[in-house]
Design a protein around this ligand. Structure first.
Ligand code: SAM
Length: 478
C-alpha cells in the first residue's frame, strides 16, 4: 500500500489514509473475533533474552479505540498494564517544566502566548533568573527538566536557549544537579537541532497539536508555526541533526480524537521506518483554560473515560515508548492514567515564567491552569501509596543509552536487574535529601519491599549496599 520509507512525514501521515482508518475501525468495532486477536497479538511474550511485544499498526489500534464493548475495554486496560509492567515495571519517572520565555510571534488560537494577547505579561528569564529557578527546582528534588519557550527569533533565538541549557547544567547546588534537560521549543532547522544535541539535551519534544492539516492551518493562522509541513517534518530534521530521542504529542481537544490517534501512530510508524527508532515518548496533553483562551471554543473535548482509553490504546500500539502526563490533569485523572501505561509524570509544576521563585503560584504569565497543584513531596508520596516507585534516574542517558540503544535495553526485559535498582537508589537520594518525614517513612518501607523483587542475588546485594551508603551520605553517580 505505502512505501513508508520513501515518503516524508507529511506525505505519509495522509488525510485520506486517516479517514479510511477511521472508517475501517468503525466497520470493525463489533468484530470481537478481530478484537480478541489484536489483544492477543499485542500481549508481551517472554523470550530467552527478556520480553518482546509486537505492537499494533495505526489501523489495528484504531479498531480497539472504536470498540465500545465494556468487556473488551477492560481487556484493553489489562493488556496495557501488562505491557507497562513488562517494559517499565512500576517505576514512574518525575520531571518538571521550566518556562524560560513567553515571548511568541505565533498566532496559535488555543495558546495564551499568542502574539495578539496584550494582557499577558511578557517575560524572559535572565541567566541569573534561570539559575534561581533551577535552584528552586533542585531544592524540591528535581533531576529532570523540560524547558519551554514561545517562538520568537528576536527574544528567544537558539543562542538564548543554548545559553539557558548551559546555565542549567552548570549549576552544582547541594546534592541537586539537573541531570537531563529535555527541550520543548518550536520546530527549527537541522543546524539548530545539531546545536541542541551538542548542548547535551535529552529528549526533543514537539507537539504536533493536530494532524489535520486544514484544522492545523486554521488553528495557527499566523507566524512561522503556520507551516504544517515544516512542523510535521521537525522530528526528521531533529534526528538528522543527531538527536536520538524525540517526543511526540497532540493537543487533545482541538480536533477529533480518532483522527489525532491515527495520525500520532502513523507518525511513530514513520520514525521507526525511516530512522530505525520510534518516538522516545508520547505526551497526551488536553486543552486547558488559559488567559484569553476559552476551552469551550474547541468542541472536540474528550471525557475522562475516553481519554483513559486513548492512553491505553497508545500503550498497546507502541509498547516501548514512554508516555507522559502533565499537571494539566487532576490527581484523579492521573491516577487512572497511571494504570493504563503512563511512565512519566510532572510534579510540583508551575507554568509561569519565573514561577518557581515566587511564594504564591503566579497567574499573570501562566501558560495554562494547573489542575494538580500538589507539591513534589506530595506527588512522590502519592505515587508510592498507589504502588509506584518514583524514579529520578537518568542513568541511561548519561551512559549514552539513547535512541535504539535505550529501546534495546527496554526490549531486553532486564529492567528488574537494571532500572529497578537504579530507581530505588535515586529514590533513596530523594528521600534523604528532600522528603518530608512522612514521605521518607513511606519510602523506606517501599524500598525494603521492592529490593526483594530484584531477581539476581548479586545485583540485590549491590543495590542494598548502595542504598545504605546513600543513607550514610556517601554519594555515587547513578
Ligand atoms: N512554543 C513551542 C511550540 O509552539 O511548539 C513549544 C512550547 S509550548 C509552551 C508547549 C505546548 O503547550 C504546546 O505545544 C501546546 O500543545 C501546549 N498548549 C498551548 N496552549 C495550551 C492550553 N491552552 N492548554 C493546554 N496546553 C496548551
Amino acid at each position: 500500500m505505502y512505501n513508508v520509507k520513501s515518503l516524508k512525514a507529511e506525505e505519509f501521515i495522509d488525510n485520506q489514509e486517516i479517514l479510511d482508518t477511521i472508517e475501517y475501525a468503525e466497520a470493525n468495532k463489533n468484530n470481537f473475533e478481530l478484537i480478541e486477536e489484536l489483544l492477543e497479538k499485542a500481549r508481551p511474550v517472554k523470550t530467552a533474552e527478556g520480553c518482546t511485544c509486537k505492537g499494533l499498526t495505526h489501523r489495528e489500534a484504531s479498531v480497539l479505540l472504536a470498540c465500545e464493548e465494556p468487556k473488551y475495554i477492560e481487556k484493553m486496560y489489562e493488556v496495557a498494564q501488562e505491557i507497562k509492567d513488562a517494559f517499565y515495571g512500576n517505576r514512574i519517572v518525575l520531571f518538571a517544566p521550566l518556562y524560560l520565555s513567553n515571548y511568541c510571534v505565533n498566532g496559535c488560537v488555543y495558546c495564551p502566548y499568542h502574539a495578539k494577547n496584550k494582557h499577558i505579561g511578557r517575560k524572559k528569564l535572565t541567566q541569573e533568573e534561570v539559575k534561581a529557578e533551577v535552584i528552586a527546582l533542585q531544592d524540591m528534588g528535581h533531576k529532570r527538566l523540560a524547558i519551554e519557550a514561545g517562538e520568537d527569533p528576536v527574544n528567544n533565538p537558539i543562542e538564548y536557549i543554548l545559553e539557558c541549557i548551559n546555565t542549567i547544567y552548570s549549576i552544582h547546588h547541594k546534592n541537586g544537579d539537573i541531570r537531563r534537560v529535555n527541550v520543548n521549543i518550536a520546530a527549527t532547522t537541522v543546524e539548530n537541532y545539531r546545536k541542541l544535541k551538542e548542548a547535551g539535551i535529552g529528549t526533543y519534544i514537539l507537539f504536533q497539536e493536530t494532524y489535520n492539516k486544514k484544522s492545523y492551518e486554521e488553528l495557527h493562522p499566523t507566524g512561522p508555526k503556520h507551516d504544517y509541513a515544516y512542523h510535521t517534518e521537525a522530528m526528521d530534521r531533529a534526528m538528522e541533526g543527531g538527536i536520538d530521542d524525540v517526543g511526540l504529542g497532540v493537543l487533545f481537544g482541538l480536533e477529533s480524537y480518532k483522527y489525532e490517534f491515527a495520525g500520532l501512530l502513523m507518525h511513530a510508524e514513520h520514525l521507526e521506518a525511516v530512522h530505525g527508532v520510534g518516538p522516545h515518548t508520547i505526551s497526551v496533553p488536553r486543552v486547558k483554560h488559559a488567559d484569553d483562551i476559552d476551552p469551550e471554543a474547541f468542541d472536540n473535548s474528550i471525557p475522562d473515560e475516553m481519554f483513559t482509553k486513548i492512553a491505553a490504546c497508545i500503550r498497546i500500539a507502541v509498547p516501548y515508548t514512554g508516555m507522559i502526563i502533565s499537571t494539566r490533569e487532576s490527581e484523579e485523572v492521573r491516577r487512572k492514567m497511571l494504570q493504563v501505561g503512563i511512565s512519566q509524570v510532572s510534579g510540583g509544576s508551575r507554568t509561569s515564567v519565573g514561577g518557581y521563585t515566587e511564594e504564591e503560584r503566579p497567574h499573570d504569565t501562566e501558560q495554562f491552569d494547573v489542575s494538580d497543584q500538589r507539591t513534589l513531596d506530595e506527588v512522590v508520596r502519592w505515587l508510592m501509596e498507589t504502588g509506584h516507585i518514583p524514579s529520578f534516574c537518568t542513568a541511561c542517558y548519561r551512559a549514552g543509552r539513547t535512541g535504539d540503544r535505550f529501546m534495546a535495553l527496554c526490549k531486553s526485559g532486564q529492567i528488574l536487574n537494571c532500572c529497578h535498582p537504579n530507581a530505588l537508589m535515586t529514590l533513596t537520594e530523594y528521600l534523604v535529601d528532600y522528603a518530608s518525614e512522612e514521605t521518607r517513612e513511606v519510602g523506606y518501607k517501599m524500598i525494603e519491599d521492592e529490593l526483594k523483587k530484584i531477581p539476581k542475588e548479586n545485583v540485590r546485594k549491590i543495590a542494598l549496599e548502595n542504598i545504605e551508603a546513600i543513607k550514610n551520605s556517601d554519594r555515587r553517580d547513578f
